[in-house]
Design a protein around this ligand. Structure first.
Ligand code: KMH
Ligand code: ZN
Length: 274
């Protein structure tokens, strides 16, 4: 089995800074966290940004500055979230690619998201996908549900392969309203993947974090960890920072004889542009 791509999702759009002061919400905090995560074994950073009041934002200049800073100060693959928060309009989410990231998330369908709805109509997905192809940005297809695998099939049939020719997907399991964070759901998702998929990772929200990581490693998948997805290191023990989640993922990958891959290997795995 291959080595392990470790993605870190350090911030997300759902947690309030007041509730979790360690959440990296300023550019300085994000860059410092990203550096520590790279040293601990991460090779890709999935980025959501915040404004001066620590609220989620898709401000174009701020996104641009964030991509530049991460590029200058780390060797991580920089993936911008196009999901944003459930309150972001589709037009703003389409503009994320103006910041010229290496990669972008592309969620393959609308999903219930707790009490909210995370909107991803098919025409929006198609527009985003074509824009990523034109701009040589590698999409990471986010699959929150089994139906999203069918939508990915439709995207590939309609628009062909992504820039670079590789197809990387990420199972986001355990979102209230999406596929459960269980090994059974993950197995069903992996079995349904289109043949064009060249690599997949998985994350479990909250308490699903560790079981999904262990299952993914056993099945040849890659890992996504981070405070976007999980704020508890163990029962009763909050996460100190993102790097400790990455370090634990790297240790688990070592135990499974699938050590973390380098950023150069990750670039080649995902066919990210130089
Ligand atoms: N914050 C969620 C509504 C993504 O980054 O593309 C969407 C999300 C997925 O986190
Ligand atoms: Zn995200």
């Amino acid at each position: 089995m291959p080595g392990t791509l470790i993605t870190v999702a350090p911030t997300g759009a759902e947690t309030a800074k007041d509730d979790v002061p360690k959440l990296p919400t300023t550019l300085d905090e994000l860059v410092a966290e990203a550096k520590a995560c790279e040293a601990a074994g991460a090779s890709l950073v999935h980025v959501h940004i915040r404004d001066d009041e620590h609220r989620p934002t898709l401000d174009p200049q701020r996104l641009h500055d964030t991509v530049q800073a991460l590029r200058e100060q780390t060797d991580l693959i920089v993936q911008l979230s196009t999901g944003g928060s459930v309150h972001d309009p589709l037009e703003s989410r389409l503009k994320v690619l103006d910041a010229e990231p290496d990669s972008c998330s592309l969620t393959c369908g609308t999903t219930n998201f707790g009490d909210d709805v995370f909107l991803n109509p098919y025409p929006f997905m198609g527009q985003l996908y074509q824009q990523a192809q034109e701009r040589e940005v590698v999409p990471e297809f986010e699959l929150f549900d089994l139906g999203h695998v069918a939508a990915l099939r439709r995207l590939l049939d309609t628009y062909g392969l992504p820039y670079g020719g590789k197809v990387h997907v990420d199972f986001v399991t355990g979102v209230p309203g999406g596929m459960p964070g269980t090994v059974e759901a993950l197995v069903a998702g992996v079995q349904a993947l289109p043949a064009e998929v060249t690599s997949w990772s998985a994350t479990g929200i909250g308490r699903a974090h560790l079981p999904i990581a262990a299952a993914a490693l056993g099945m040849g998948g890659h890992l996504r960890v981070g405070m976007e997805d999980n704020l508890m290191y163990a029962k009763g023990r909050p996460v100190r920072d993102n790097a400790e989640l990455v370090a634990r993922a790297a240790a688990l990958a070592d135990l499974m004889q699938r050590p973390a891959i380098t950023t150069a290997e990750a670039r080649s795995l995902l066919a990210v542009r130089d």
